[in-house]
Write a protein that binds this ligand. Structure first.
Ligand code: TYM
Length: 331
C-alpha cells in the first residue's frame, strides 16, 4: 500500500551536508512508491527573530534546493507552511491536548531558552506546530535526522492521546525514519556537537552551495586527533569517525572497508579524497540550484504545492472539527 510521507526544513540559510544526508537525500529516495509532501517550515523559523527580507530569500533558497537535490514536483507536493492555514489551526487544537510538563522536557527548548524567562512562547510550543505539520497530512512516515527523534515521539504521544479520547482514527500515528549512516553529522571543528546552520564558524559545516575551495578548506582543517589511525570510534575518535560517516553516506562504501583502504596512510590522504568526493557530489546540486532559484517555474511549483496541500489539510480539519465538536458542522 502507498504510504504518505511528510517532512520539512526550516528556511534559515546555510543548508548543510547534515541536512542533506539526514533528511533531503531520504526525501528523494522515498519518492519511489510513496506519496510525498515536503514543506518549507517558515512559521517555525520565526520562533527566533528573523529579518523579513532575508526570510523570504531563504524560503526560495530551500525550495530551490529541494528541487536541486532531486525532489520532483510532478510526483511530490512542495509548499510553504504559512500558505496553508491548517498548520496553525491544528496546532491550537493539539496545544490543548499537550502537557506543559512534556514540552518543558524537550531538549531543543532547553538548549535554546536556557531558562530565560523572556524566551518566546513560540519556542516552547514549537514541537506542537511540528506535530500539527505531520498530523495534518495523515503522514505514515517522517524522514528526519535523529536530532528530531524527541519531537517525533511527542507527535506520536499526542496522536495516541487524542485518538483515545476522540476516536481511534482521528489521527494516523506516524513513524520517524532515520538513516543509520548519516543520521547525525557532527560539526567539523567541534565533532562533539552536531553540524548546525547557526554555528558561527563557517568551517564547522559544509553548506550545499559551497564551492570546491571552501569544501576542501573545511575538510582539510577538520578536527581529528594525534594518533594518525583511521578508525571508527565515536567516543575516542569523534572527528575521524564523523569523517568516516560522511564518506560512507556519500559513497555507500561500508566504513570497515574504508578503514582498511586507508590503513597506515594518515589523515591527509583520506581528507583529500573525501574533499573530492563531497565536491563531486555537490557540484550538480549547485548547478541545478543556480538554474532554478530565480525562475518563475519555482514560484509556480510552490503555488501549485500550496493548493494541493490545502486540499488535504481542509479535509483533515473538517474531520478534527467534527470529532471535537468545533463550529456548527455546517460551514
Ligand atoms: P531543521 O531545519 O533544523 O533541519 C532539517 C533536517 O535536517 C536534519 N538535520 C541533521 N541531520 C543529520 N545531521 C545533522 N547535523 C543535522 N542537522 C539537521 C534535521 O533532523 C531535519 O530532518 N523541526 C525541524 C523542521 C520541521 C519538521 C516538521 C521536520 C518542522 N516541522 C515536520 C519533519 C516534520 C527542524 O528544525 O529541522
Amino acid at each position: 500500500m502507498t504510504k504518505r510521507v511528510f517532512s520539512g526544513v526550516q528556511p534559515t540559510g546555510n543548508i548543510h551536508i547534515g541536512n542533506y544526508l539526514g533528511a533531503l537525500a531520504q526525501f528523494v529516495q522515498l519518492q519511489d512508491g510513496n506519496e510525498c509532501i515536503y514543506c518549507i517550515v517558515d512559521m517555525h523559523a520565526i520562533t527566533l527573530p528573523k529579518n523579513p527580507g532575508e526570510l523570504r530569500g531563504n524560503i526560495l533558497d530551500v525550495a530551490a534546493l529541494y528541487l536541486a537535490v532531486g525532489v520532483d514536483p510532478a510526483r511530490s507536493v512542495v509548499f510553504v507552511q504559512s500558505e496553508v492555514p491548517g498548520h496553525a489551526e491544528l496546532a491550537w487544537v493539539l496545544m490543548c491536548n499537550a502537557y506543559t510538563g512534556e514540552l518543558s522536557r524537550m531538549t531543543q527548548f532547553k538548549d535554546k531558552s536556557r531558562g530565560n524567562e523572556s524566551a518566546p512562547a513560540g519556542l516552547f510550543v514549537y514541537p506542537i506546530l511540528m506535530a500539527a505539520d505531520i498530523l495534518l497530512y495523515d503522514a505514515d512516515i517522517v524522514p528526519v535526522g535523529n536530532d528530531q527523534k524527541q519531537h517525533i515521539e511527542l507527535t506520536r504521544d499526542i496522536a495516541v492521546r487524542v485518538n483515545n479520547k476522540y476516536g481511534p482514527d482521528t489521527f494516523v500515528v506516524p513513524e520517524g525514519r532515520f538513516l543509520k549512516e548519516g543520521a547525525r553529522i557532527m560539526s567539523l571543528d567541534d565533532p562533539t556537537s552536531k553540524m548546525s546552520k547557526s554555528a558561527e564558524s563557517p568551517l564547522s559545516r559544509i553548506s550545499l552551495l559551497d564551492d570546491a575551495s571552501v569544501i576542501k578548506k573545511a575538510i582539510m582543517r577538520a578536527t581529528t586527533d594525534s594518533d594518525g589511525e583511521i578508525r571508527f570510534d565515536p567516543d575516542r575518535k569523534p572527528g575521524v569517525s564523523n569523517l568516516l560517516t560522511i564518506h560512507s553516506a556519500f559513497t555507500g562504501t561500508p566504513i570497515a572497508r574504508t578503514e582498511r583502504a586507508y590503513s597506515g596512510r594518515g589523515y591527509g590522504a583520506f581528507k583529500k579524497d573525501l574533499a573530492e568526493i563531497v565536491e563531486t557530489s555537490l557540484a550538480p546540486i549547485r548547478g541545478t540550484y543556480e538554474e532554478i532559484r530565480y525562475s518563475e517555474e519555482l514560484i509556480r511549483v510552490l503555488k501549485d504545492g500550496a493548493e494541493r496541500a490545502n486540499a488535504i489539510a481542509e479535509r483533515t480539519m473538517k474531520r478534527v472539527k467534527d470529532r471535537f465538536g468545533l463550529g456548527t458542522g455546517r460551514a
